[in-house]
Design a protein around this ligand. Structure first.
Ligand SMILES: *[C@@H]1O[C@H](CO)[C@@H](O)[C@H](O)[C@H]1NC(C)=O
Length: 363
């Protein structure tokens, strides 16, 4: 085998240096020109095809950007009925539909503290509503940008909070899960503000805290700031897997950048599209204004929201509030929690309990 290979390559060398080569140069040049031209024709045709194929995408670009931020159409797993939380091992939970404004229905689960699970069997919504003022802390859980309140890691957090004796209200934003309407930064914030008021009207003197995960951290800080403007100080805010802000990402590649800006502008001109390009959930601005006790939870190996961004948020918060009101707990990357898995940590119940206790002392 080895010998044959050597022979072949020797042969190749001989033919390329033969005198025949120079005689054929003119013909080859012509041939080269034609094949070059042909290449450009092919490239042109390909570009045309690409443009034709891109057109629908381009027209839909603003919608795509919105989807990139909310992903509310992605509802998997949606094989089970959101109105039956008991089927998901949340047997002390009631499903309800709340109406923050006419024509809008929001799917919300209310889970009572786990020590009430037996008592809760077969109870109606009136019992659940009354139970809200039993003195146990209440957590409003604002989830991230995909799926529904039934996602595994969300149920995981609800279970942890319920096991340490808290009520949890877990809401699907407009357009998510079985909630109606379309998500925008403004309505998400409005709905969370509305839910906070709804809870406060029923929770007596209990602590009411807001937990925001991922995109929900943006809704949480917006809500805290909005409530402050209305003269209400939220008892505490927990931000899990938070980000600095979610300004619309315009790519750096000059061609893509130009095309994107061009299309957005055209669409706005032609269709008078209402796309709000200021979808920004400015956590970095909000923490400067917030005066609620804050707890940041972040996994070092979070691949979606980077730890150093949250460390900056934490520093910003520390610059405007006392150190005992602002805490940050990070989880070792070796645990592999990534963006969603903090609920698995055995230390989490104690971390949360300590924080909630401290907010009681401070308020
Ligand atoms: C209901 O949930 C509680 C708390 O999670 C659990 O301990 C209990 O076994 C469950 N009961 C039933 C009948 O599923």
């Amino acid at each position: 085998m080895r010998k044959r290979v050597t022979e072949q390559s020797d042969g190749g060398n001989v033919s390329s240096s033969s005198p025949m080569h120079s005689k054929t140069t003119g013909y080859q040049e012509k041939k080269g020109l034609i094949s070059k031209l042909w290449l450009w024709v092919k490239r042109g045709a390909f570009a045309l095809c690409a443009i034709c194929m891109m057109m629908p995408i381009v027209v839909e670009l603003p919608e795509i950007i919105k989807q990139r931020i909310y992903y509310h159409r992605i509802r998997v797993p949606f094989v089970f009925d959101l109105s039956q939380p008991a089927e998901l091992a949340l047997n002390h939970t009631i499903n309800m539909y709340l109406t923050p404004e006419e024509g809008i229905s929001l799917g919300v689960w209310h889970t009572v503290p786990e020590n009430k699970w037996k008592e809760a069997q077969g109870k109606d919504s009136a019992w659940y509503h009354r139970s809200l003022n039993d003195g146990s802390p209440v957590i409003i859980y604002l989830h991230g940008r995909t799926q529904t309140r039934a996602a595994k890691h969300r149920i995981g957090v609800v279970n942890v909070l319920s096991s340490i004796g808290y009520h949890v209200l877990s809401m699907d934003y407009r357009g998510f899960g079985d909630s109606t309407g379309e998500p925008t930064e403004e309505v998400l914030t409005k709905d969370a503000v509305w839910l906070h008021r709804w809870v406060k009207e029923r929770s007596g003197g209990s602590q009411v805290l807001i937990w925001g995960h991922s995109l929900g951290s943006g809704v949480a800080t917006n809500t805290a700031v909005r409530l402050m403007e209305q003269g209400v100080l939220v008892d505490g805010v927990i931000l899990e897997g938070a980000f600095k802000n979610a300004r619309v990402y315009i790519p750096r590649n000059p061609f893509v950048r130009y095309a994107m800006l061009y299309c957005l502008t055209m669409k706005r001109f032609i269709l008078r599209d209402e796309l709000d390009l200021n979808i920004i959930f400015p956590n970095d601005e909000n923490v400067k204004k917030m005066r609620s006790p804050l707890l940041f939870l972040h996994s070092e190996d979070d691949h979606l929201t980077r730890l150093h961004n949250v460390q900056q948020l934490f520093q910003t918060a520390l610059s405007v509030q006392d150190a005992e009101r602002v805490r940050m707990v990070t989880f070792e990357g070796s645990l592999g929690y990534l963006h969603n898995g903090l609920y698995k940590d055995p230390r989490l119940p104690t971390i949360i309990k300590n924080f909630v206790l401290s907010t009681e002392e401070m308020s």
